[in-house]
Design a protein around this ligand. Structure first.
Ligand code: SAH
Length: 512
């Protein structure tokens, strides 16, 4: 530890969509020793933090303050005085109703160095994602950001309702949902036309975004009816009428669909990012954890005698990963593989192998014995030695097919998949509360693990209105053994196939 004072970065974490973080903010989170965040900052951003970084949640949701502002300030000072680099993440922009100014003043008082990294404020971004530009030459020439939080009974209020009401500015209120009725009353009482368009945008820029529109005359009832709560932006002004024409985000094909992802976290990102890009709200409940084989001696021994083999065959990306991890850990590199031919089952495995600079010689059309035989038939594999690094429990199609073709197959266990139950409580609560639209299963073990997370509960009851999205026939058969009929099955049996299947499923539903 140094005796030099550390540094505090007051960082705007953006409004929710993790893609709206600035590059500078990301770099800062990556190098910080301590990351302090509150509930408006997207937890996705924490994934950028170093493994050993301290992550501190300081809450702040309506009145339920996990740490008071004073305590947060002292925490920042304290950590910085220990010589640490502190990333203080704040929703939106730190200096737009973010109390970043107060934190900076306090740091200054304590002689702690700080920098400010502005963020994309929800005041602009939430309307933008609802198709509302806060300025537009045909409608308004200025915009005001106003706190909606001020106590309406405050005697010496600084709220200039007459000015707001008379101007043609777009009025953007933050923290105003609870006060909506007062805001509307004050604007109308000061002469703002009752037919002025108004929109509320909740959880803007996220897949949970919800928008309610109306006029000053109708909005209070509309918001009650929709049961829209905080956090939301209130936009008052003629620009709101542009939403009819310009809405884009909530028009995405999977917008608002809450989809559970059951894959291992390390493998989920492709599926999550594709579904998120289509507007879905992905809830990651990994049912599987992938760990190295308990005993890696056989794998190491096989790598030690690679010259004995003619073929290296992979049935999964994990096989590729753990094989190379072990190869490198043994001080070897890809030059040890120059004499080998390669086969991969599936395009993603082939791609992963490509990451190591190796082009697979074979890619069967499907993972079926006939396809495997067909794919290998252009090579003479009779008497050839094949190394197959695989999972502890794996299907036997491939080694059987190869053996029948006359190859000598050595199967070695490279990794194990085990049950992950970290998301159990969340999963059960969400299912009981009917907060899930679909569950994706990408292998039979995701199905059986998912079922064991439900313990003795009846899956058919819990998942009654939930769409089962299966990656292929084998996985579908497994869901059926639990009494669940898939609503859709991927074709081809790949992640993009699964994403297309979900798209088609919801498109058909809309038409129906
Ligand atoms: N510094 C933040 C604002 C903090 S004040 C910023 O620049 O965005 C908290 C208020 O911000 C909430 O009450 C709500 O009005 C608004 N807000 C923050 N994130 C939001 C989001 N994703 N969607 C809608 N409103 C949001």
């Amino acid at each position: 530890m140094t005796d030099k004072t550390g540094m505090v970065y007051l960082i705007g974490a953006g409004p929710g969509d993790p893609g709206l973080l600035t590059i500078k903010a990301k770099e800062c989170i990556e190098s910080a020793d301590v990351v302090v965040y509150d509930y408006l900052a997207s937890p996705f951003l924490l994934e950028y933090a170093k493994k050993e970084a301290q992550i501190i949640y300081v809450g702040k949701k309506g009145g339920d303050h996990t740490l008071t502002q004073d305590k947060i300030n002292l925490l920042l000072v304290d950590k910085a005085k220990q010589g640490l680099s502190v990333a203080r993440l704040k929703g939106g922009d730190p200096f737009v109703f973010g109390r970043g100014g107060e934190e900076a003043q306090l740091l200054l008082e304590h002689g702690v160095r700080y920098e400010v990294i502005p963020g994309v404020t929800s005041a602009i971004a939430a309307p933008a994602y609802a198709g509302i530009p806060v300025t537009h030459r045909d409608h308004t020439s200025f915009v005001s950001f106003i706190t909606g939080h001020e106590n309406p009974d405050k005697k010496d209020s600084s709220m200039q309702w007459d000015v707001f009401a008379k101007s043609n500015a777009t009025l953007v209120f933050l923290m105003g949902v609870k006060n909506l009725e007062n805001i509307v009353k004050n604007l109308v009482a000061n002469g703002k036309a009752a037919d002025t368009p108004v929109a509320l945008v909740r959880w803007g820029t996220t897949s949970r975004q919800q928008t309610v529109t109306g006029t000053l005359a109708t909005i209070v009832a509309a918001v009650k009816e929709a049961n829209l709560k905080s956090p939301a932006i209130i936009v008052v002004g003629h620009v709101v009428s542009l939403r009819k024409e310009l809405a884009w985000f909530d028009k995405k094909p999977l917008f608002g669909k809450r989809i559970v992802i059951t894959r291992a976290r390390a493998q989920a990102s492709g599926l999550v990012s594709q579904l998120t890009a289509l507007g879905a709200h992905c809830i990651e409940i990994p049912t599987i954890k992938i760990i190295p084989a308990e005993d890696i001696t056989p794998l190491k021994a096989a790598i030690g005698r690679l010259t004995d083999y003619n073929w290296l065959v992979f049935t999964s990306v994990n096989g590729v990963k753990f094989f190379f991890d072990t190869l490198f850990a043994m001080g070897k590199d890809v030059r040890a593989l120059g004499h080998l031919k390669f086969a991969c089952i599936g395009p993603v495995t082939k791609e992963r192998l490509g990451d190591y600079g190796i082009i697979s010689d074979i890619l069967p059309k499907t993972y079926r014995a006939e396809s495997v035989v067909e794919a290998f038939s252009t090579f003479d594999i009779k008497g050839k030695r094949v190394l197959l690094p695989r999972a502890k429990k794996a299907r036997t199609i491939l080694p059987e097919a190869l053996t029948q073709m006359g190859a000598v197959v050595d199967e070695v266990i490279a990794y194990e998949t085990i049950l992950s139950d970290a998301g159990k409580e969340t999963l059960i609560t969400l299912l009981e509360d009917k907060e899930i639209d679909a569950v994706t299963f990408t292998s039979s073990s995701t199905v059986s693990n998912f079922m064991s997370l439900l313990e003795s509960r009846d899956a058919r009851v819990l998942l009654k209105d939930v769409t089962i999205a299966s990656i292929g026939p084998i996985t579908s058969d497994t869901t059926r053994t639990f009494g669940l009929e898939p609503g859709l099955e991927a074709d081809p049996y790949t992640i993009p196939g699964l994403v297309d299947g979900l798209l088609a499923f919801y498109e058909n539903r809309q038409e129906a």
